[in-house]
Design a protein around this ligand. Structure first.
Ligand code: MSP
Length: 656
């Protein structure tokens, strides 16, 4: 019989910077859920990836002096290496720059347009010229009574640009009904009310789905001024990654869609429970069965952010706590519905209490005792006492409870169930005192039974913990030298999988206890070193060099300078400092916006020969495209003159 299928996804993350512990949390959670499903006999498919387009990445790449693709390639490589380190086993990694994705997104956009779901209009918002960003009124920040850009603090102006919009309201009632008819669709429950009451019931706004103000995006095929803006591009990954195509989809899509669950953070729940289902309705495709919006992982009390300097990275933590130490902490510490906190103190406490003292100790003591008393040979268990039965019930009960908890994605509760069994087993050691039994030859059989029961408990723990802590689970089963058939979930439901006469392996410590004081001092020293390395370098005190730092000839060679002739020029409407000019450079003509209207009128500017930076990334200034920069000199008195050549040369001549 075919295995039941299960399709699970994470968000595709922005590779604008390296992934931190928050992204790692989501990915580890999804990985554990996938592994658990596989353990319970599902054919599970796990997709993750990166969301690579947009203005922020375009800008970051420009700052780094590389192309956007070069910029994201590097971060994607680092992300994949991090997922490998964290033992994350995805089935596929989708990038929105993959051709398989871009082509299909273009077709989806066209289909929406052709069937009237997308229409052309104007996007209006508050525009920050230096940041080239639109903001809504509510996003602006008040500075001395002036509304300013939340990023750079400079004033914004109301501006307009042509854009395509998706008619969300058309599908609103259908979506509301779907949410009401499928109570499991949005999880946790509280978030569903938030979506329905705050967004759906008040009425959906149409969504802006294209931009003309930047280039780094998937072009709209029927209007190449526009790129597809964010959400249609990003959300489609869940189906393009499976080979969905408007003109006929591939086998993976037919097999796995609809998704069983999208695991995401609560920050993007609205996009996944409103825009995404509506897009799917418009495509005529089935909706995902569930969207799970997990809470935030906070650093102490605050959200992690680069500007607060409190971002925690999983690979740094793994150096101190091991990969499974980090996986355990994130999964165990994150509550189902309310935010979780990371502190080094709680991390050390959790590690010591659960992993070192409870689990590590249990496994180590048991394997060592079996070696000491029975030369590692697994004994035939004898009579089952009440005490033994209690341990057996706890063990088989744990299997049921973990399965139930995982059915509703209560990962932390599942881990707690496993720890309950480990604690019960440690207590069983104290209650049965094998070291006392060992002194009495008449108790030999009883000692064998006690150790058998303990080894069995450990086996069940090893099986149950594998999806969450793969390496630890594997190590436990290896120490038990369990036969493959004694490593399955089915076998965990029955006490008695280990075969008497088989020989257990060597005791290898799983988790060494951490000295809290020492570890905190180490972590503090590392944080200090990192802060120093990140701080701007101090200028040498003696003989500071005036001007900008020295550059090499190669740095200079990156700038392409050419002579151009101004063939037309006019003022930019609504911007009294700007001229927009057409500059003939050899055989091509570029449009350039410059802030020189105070010194040159359009009439006197036409006909001048100027020097132009021709390989500058195009930008929009006040909504007008500028494809280069005209060189000017300005003195301290505020006199400005454009740079020209000393003798007349033809336009297009290179300036070196
Ligand atoms: N690219 C979009 C998602 C598109 S999905 C079609 C995006 N990317 S992101 O890089 O900002 O990642 C956001 C996701 O990262 C959150 O939804 C969550 O899964 C994870 N997290 C980022 N920071 C987090 C915490 N501090 N805590 C928990 N999860 C966090 O949004």
């Amino acid at each position: 019989m075919d295995k039941p299928k299960y399709y699970i996804t994470t968000p595709i993350y922005y590779p604008s910077g390296n992934m931190h512990i928050g992204h790692t949390y989501t990915t580890v959670a999804a990985d554990s859920m996938t592994r658990f499903k596989k353990l319970t006999g599902y054919d599970a498919y796990f997709l993750t990836g990166t969301d690579e387009h947009g203005q922020k990445i375009e800008r970051k790449a420009a700052e780094a002096g590389v192309t956007p693709k070069q910029y994201v390639d590097k971060i994607v490589d680092e992300t994949k290496a991090l997922w490998k380190l964290m033992d994350i086993e995805y089935d596929d990694f989708i990038r929105t720059t993959d051709e398989r994705h871009e082509k299909v997104v273009q077709k989806i956009f066209r289909k929406f347009y052709e069937q009237g779901d997308i229409y052309k209009s104007n996007y209006e918002g508050y525009y920050c010229t230096p940041c080239e960003s639109y903001w809504t009124q509510s996003q602006l920040v008040d500075k001395d009574g002036v509304k300013v850009c939340p990023d750079c603090g400079r004033p914004c102006e109301l501006a307009k640009e042509e854009a395509y919009f998706f008619r969300m309201s058309k599908y609103q009632d259908r979506l509301l009904k779907h949410i009401e008819d499928h109570p499991e669709f949005i999880q946790p429950e509280a978030r569903k009310r938030e979506m329905v009451n705050n967004f759906l019931k008040p009425g959906l706004q149409d969504l802006c789905v294209s931009r003309t103000s930047f280039k780094w995006g998937v072009p709209v095929t029927f209007n190449d001024k526009h790129v597809i803006y964010v959400w249609i591009d990003a959300l489609s990954n869940y189906i393009t990654g499976l080979g969905y195509d408007v003109d006929g989809s591939g086998e993976l899509y037919k097999k796995y869609w609809p998704a069983d669950v999208h695991i995401i953070g609560k920050d993007i729940l609205r996009f996944h429970t409103i825009y995404w289902p509506i897009m799917l309705m418009a495509l005529g495709e089935p909706l995902p069965k569930q969207v799970f919006g997990h809470p935030w992982l906070l650093n102490g009390e605050s959200k992690m952010s680069k500007s607060l300097g409190n971002v925690i990275y999983a690979d740094d933590l793994a150096r101190h706590f091991g990969v499974d130490g980090v996986r355990y902490y994130c999964l165990r510490e994150m509550p189902f519905a309310s935010d979780g906190n990371i502190t080094y103190e709680s991390m050390i406490a959790r590690y010591n209490a659960d992993l070192a003292n409870t689990l590590g100790n249990l496994v180590n003591r048991t394997i060592a005792m079996n070696k000491k008393y029975f030369d590692s040979v697994i004994q035939q268990p004898g009579e089952v006492t009440e005490l033994d039965q209690d341990l057996r019930d706890t063990a088989t009960g744990a299997v049921q409870r973990v399965i139930e908890a995982m059915d509703t994605l209560h990962v932390a509760d599942s881990l707690e169930e496993i720890m309950v069994l480990a604690r019960r087993s440690n207590k069983y050691i104290d209650e049965t005192a094998p070291w006392v039994l060992a002194k009495d030859e008449a108790q030999r059989e009883r000692l064998g039974t006690v150790l058998y029961n303990l080894l069995e408990s450990i086996r069940i723990i090893g099986i149950l913990i594998q999806p969450f802590l793969p390496e630890t689970g594997e190590k436990i089963l290896a120490q038990l030298a369990a036969r493959p058939e004694a490593g399955t979930l089915d076998s965990a439901a029955v006490f008695g999988g280990l075969v008497p006469g088989d020989v257990t392996g060597e005791a290898v410590p799983l988790f060494a206890r951490i000295d809290e004081k020492k570890k905190l001092a180490e972590l503090a020293a590392e944080a200090e070193a990192a802060a120093k390395a990140a701080a701007p370098k101090e200028e040498p005190k003696e003989e500071p060099k005036p001007g900008k730092p020295e550059i090499t000839i190669d740095d200079f060679a990156k700038v392409e300078l050419k002579v151009g002739e101004v063939v037309a020029s006019e003022r930019v409407k609504g911007a009294n400092k700007l001229l927009v000019s057409q500059i003939k450079i050899g055989t091509e003509t570029k449009q350039i916006v410059s802030g020189i209207a105070k010194w040159y009128s359009p009439e006197e500017f036409v006909g001048k020969k100027v020097v132009v930076v021709t390989n500058l990334q195009p930008v929009k200034l006040r909504g007008v495209l500028s494809e280069g920069m005209i060189l000017c000199a300005e003195d301290e008195a505020g006199n400005l003159a454009v740079v020209s050549t000393e003798k007349d040369v033809q336009s297009g001549a290179e300036v070196r």
